[in-house]
Design a protein around this ligand. Sequence first.
Ligand code: MLT
Length: 271
Amino acid sequence: MTRQYCHIGSRTIAYLDSAPGDAALRTYVLLHAFPLGANMWEPQMRTIPNGWRLITPDLRGFGGSTELDSVSALSISDYAEDVADLLAELSVERAVIGGLSMGGYAVFALLQSKPDIIEALILADTRAGADSPEARANRRNMLALVDREGPQGVAREMMPKLLGKTTIETNATAEATVRRFIKQQSPVAIRGAINRMMHRPDSTALLGTIGVPTLVIAGEEDTLTPVQEAEKMAAAIKGSKLVTIPAAGHLSNLEQPDAFNHALSAFLVSL
Ligand code: MLT
């Protein structure tokens, strides 16, 4: 699928779009994990429910999207701002908004800044809390690793955490795909994302205020955001639905695409 580009001020936002310009369709947006790009949603682009249009942006600096020249005050809300601006540019007034892991952090930022554009929510392999002091120390180590070795070093460090045990043991193709996706990303994007994630606010208090249909998804073998995190989130969001995906780790959409797509489609058609 060819990338689309939207230029807003000095920013370029790249995205994949299953039905460019088709205003008759309802829209859902999926935001990618760290340190990947919009193409991690390729398996979801292949299974779009009738009547729906899927848009997957590259978050700032990733894929074909640009990071700003002046990057002094990085915030997770930058990603939310880009999503809101992209949807406005595409004349999409309301959409189902979902994100996996870091993408979920951006969803929480959008929920904070622009709740009115959110028709329903999908929170996959993510958490509402901020980084612990230990997590921040790990982020600083990761920043040093990017400086020393670039995306290659990050890929080596992240791979065992991103994929579940079953995928690592049985699906060499998925492993090669994820490694390739990480190596495509620039050091600037990776550094920007680490800084944004480590300073993101705690969104736990937002959970009780969510009044739109919400699907929470968790890979059963996810060690980065264990199933208990998803259970906690689902318990705090009134009327939410929790689906766990067997034999999937953190990148549940890529590791078990059929199960993930099934949960996603069932949710969308219920709206
Ligand atoms: C991700 O998958 O987006 C990251 O692992 C999230 C994080 O490091 O907090």
